[in-house]
Design a protein around this ligand. Sequence first.
Ligand code: AVI
Length: 312
Amino acid sequence: MTDTFAKDVLAGLTAKNKHLSSKYFYDDNGSRIFQEIMNMPEYYLTDAEFEILSMQSRQIIEALEFSQPFNIIELGAGDGFKTFKLLENLVNQKIDFKYVPIDISQEAMDILTKRLKERLPDLNIKPQVGDYFEILKVNRESIYPSLLLFLGSNIGNYQNDKAIELLKLFNDNMKDGDKLLIGMDLKKNPVTIHNAYYDKHGITKRFNLNLLLRINRELDADFKVDDFDFYCHYNPDNGEVKSYLVSLREQKVNIKKLNKTIDFGYHELIWTELSKKYSLQDIKLLAEETKFKLNYNFLDCKHFFTDSLWEK
Ligand code: AVI
C-alpha cells in the first residue's frame, strides 16, 4: 500500500489542482473517526440504511427469488455490523445460505467474525481478506446463486467514470440471475446533506486532517495540521458533496520520503472527497449503463436513502 500511497500523494500534490484520494482516509485512526461520524445524529445515512435492512429484510429476501442454498457476498464489510439484521432474519427463518464478508483489513474481518459467531452461532460464515475481484472470480464458478452487497453509499465516493468501471467489473464477475444490493444516498433537502458533512462538532474536519497526519507518519512529511482548515460544499444541481482541505497561509511542506517540497498558496485547496447523491432516475440510468436490470428500490421512511436491488 505504501508504494501506491506514495505515488498517489506525489501525483495529487503536484497536480495543478491539488487532490488526495479519500480511499486513504481509512488508516486505523481514520477508521475510528469514521465510526464517530456514523454515530453523529447529523450523519443520517447510517440510521437510514440500518432502518431499511432491519425493517425490510423479509421483503428483500423475497425479492431475491433465489433457490437455496445461495451466497451473500459483502464487499467492504468492515467491522460495521450493518448487515446483522438481514443475516439474523435469514438465520431465524432457517434459510440455507453462506455469508462471505470481504475486506482488505484482517483486523476488521476478525472482529466481525467473532461478533457474528457470538450472536448468530448457526450462521455459515466464510470471511475473506483481500482484493474484491480475485474473490469474485472464484464466485463465478459457484453453482449457487449469489447476492452481492455493496452498502453504505460507498459507490458515491467514486467519480462517475470510475463508478461505471467498478459496477461493470462487478457485473463481469457475476452469473446471470445473480443480484446486487447497492446502498445509495438520495438527493434531498440540501440543508440536511450540508449538515451531515459540514458537521458542527468538527468530526468530519478531523477525518480529513487525519490524512495529513498519515502522510506525516508514513511519508515522513511535516504538515502542520493547524495551518489547514476544512471546507465542504453540496451542489444540488449535480448531487455532489465535495470536500477540501484549505491552506490557511502560504507555506512549504517537505515530504522526505518523496524527496519533494510542496508549495501551498494562501487559501489553496486540496480536494479530498466526492460523496455523490442520486435521484431515483440517476440510479435507473446507472443500472442500465452498467448492464443491470433494476428490480426494486428499498427506501427508508424519510426517503433519504435506498438499498437498490439490481439483477444481472
Ligand atoms: C464511506 N462514505 C460513503 C462516506 C460518505 O458519506 O461519503 C465517507 C464520509 N465522508 C465524510 N463523512 C462520511
